[in-house]
Design a protein around this ligand. Structure first.
Ligand code: THU
Length: 130
């Protein structure tokens, strides 16, 4: 199964009754496993979580720590743009050159990198520099 297929399938399980914006994410970890997530909204709106966060959590639960590749998909005429918080979450487990593909449901896809999505990310290097 491709990351696109995995994310597209995960998206179908999104719990998004408030925004009605269903998002799916798929991560391939360094060892080749694929982990998926969808957005899970809450009636207390700030408690909702993004698709990327779910996929990262699934990867971490499985004992994996390094992201090789990411794909995020939503029903949008333009490729979805990950929120700032998810960019930081991805940076925790990826390298700046790790590819991130952003997709619309049947439309355009663009591949960028974690570093391009979050230039100058706050990393553990900054903690160690203190
Ligand atoms: N959302 C994601 O799951 N990932 C993103 O990259 C952007 C936004 C979700 C959060 C919320 O449930 C819905 O999309 C609308 O913001």
């Amino acid at each position: 199964m491709t990351l696109y297929e995995a994310a597209r399938t995960a998206r179908l399980n999104a719990h998004a009754p408030y925004s009605r914006f269903l998002v799916g994410a798929a991560i391939r970890s360094e060892d080749g496993q694929v982990f998926t997530g969808c957005n899970v909204e809450n009636v207390a709106y700030p408690e909702g979580t993004c698709a990327e966060a779910g996929a990262i959590a699934a990867m971490v639960v499985a004992g994996q720590r390094r992201i090789a590749e990411v794909l995020v998909i939503a029903d949008s005429p333009v490729p979805i743009s990950p929120c700032g918080g998810c960019r930081q979450k991805l940076a925790e487990f990826a390298d700046p050159d790790t590819p991130v593909t952003l997709a619309g449901l049947d439309g355009p896809r663009v591949t960028t990198t974690v570093g391009a999505l979050l230039p100058g990310a706050f990393t553990s290097d900054h903690l160690e520099a203190t």
